[in-house]
Design a protein around this ligand. Structure first.
Ligand code: ADP
Length: 274
């Protein structure tokens, strides 16, 4: 039976002093082993929605739940054992080694004395191996390249052995190989470990290939939610992103080609503007 891990039901939020809601009545459910991508233009509410689902913001309406329990009711430490997060921005400023940083992911699991046990050390080594950073274990985090740092942060989240993984732009600043490695890794974990994975990404084309479902946000609302072929349609994308886009079918997967001005024929431009 499918097990719902993360759930938002009609959640809304407005930042203090803001004129409009950043998130408006959003509902979605994420089951064990599922990969969902959250896409949408800048300012459409993606990061705010993640914060609501993590209980970092309290919704003005609706409810976010983790394993069926309202997120606000979880103790932070218990929640940290269930949900791993790779936030958008974080600089490697702490004077710690890679292994020490990944061990931080174990803190929600440590006993009352706080000393790592064999199982904690094993989880750290396993997470580092999965993220291909074992060879960096004794390096200071400040000396890592962008791609290495990103993989180390994902390893820290995996060391938590979470049921759900939330990633906000996990491949920003990564080159093609490292970007693909991150997607292969986190989306592979859904299949192999049954982790529910929710990824915010600007890479709609990769979302179409790695996501089982895609949620498209526009001005805080879900404009479309479903399998890539259903969701990534020209009319939806052009309206949401405000730019002419052609959708091509590549091996059964929709892929977007944003058009240059001289590639838009005048008749369809007229249609689009109508
Ligand atoms: P996205 O992640 O899709 O770029 P955000 O969730 O960051 O969108 O932002 C949604 C809206 O909320 C935007 O209009 C943004 O300006 C506003 N917003 C985000 N963070 C804050 C904040 N801390 N205070 C006030 N407004 C915010």
């Amino acid at each position: 039976m499918e097990r719902v891990i993360l759930e938002a039901e009609g959640v809304s939020y407005r930042y203090p002093g803001a004129r409009d809601d950043a998130v408006r009545g959003v509902s979605l459910r994420l089951s064990a082993g599922e990969v969902m991508f959250l896409v949408g233009p800048n300012g459409s509410g993606k990061t705010t929605l993640l914060r609501l689902m993590l209980g970092l913001l309290r919704p003005a309406g609706g409810e976010a739940r983790v394993m069926g329990v309202p997120v606000q009711r979880w103790k932070r430490r218990a929640l940290a054992r269930l949900v791993g997060v790779v936030a958008q921005r974080e600089e490697p400023v702490f004077p710690v080694t890679v292994r020490q940083l990944v061990m931080l992911g174990r803190y929600p699991h440590l006993g009352p004395l706080g000393a790592p046990r064999a199982e904690d050390r094993a989880a750290v080594e396993r997470a580092m191996a999965l993220c291909d950073v074992l060879h960096l274990a004794d390096r200071w985090v400040a000396t890592l390249s962008g791609g290495e740092w990103q993989r180390v942060r994902i390893a820290r989240a995996l060391a938590q052995e979470p049921r759900a993984l939330l990633l906000d732009e996990p491949t920003a600043n990564l080159d093609i190989r490292h970007e693909m490695e991150v997607f292969e890794l986190v989306c592979g974990l859904a299949g192999s470990e049954g982790v529910a994975v929710l990824v915010v990404s600007h890479h709609v084309n990769l979302a179409a290939r790695y996501g089982q479902r895609i949620a498209v946000l526009q001005e805080g609302r879900i404009r479309a939610l479903g399998p890539p072929l259903e969701v990534l349609r020209r009319q939806v994308l052009e309206a949401v992103f405000g730019w002419p886009i052609e959708v091509v079918n590549w091996r059964g997967v929709p892929q977007l080609v944003p058009l240059k001005n001289n590639e838009v024929d005048p008749i369809s431009r007229e249609e689009r503007e109508r």
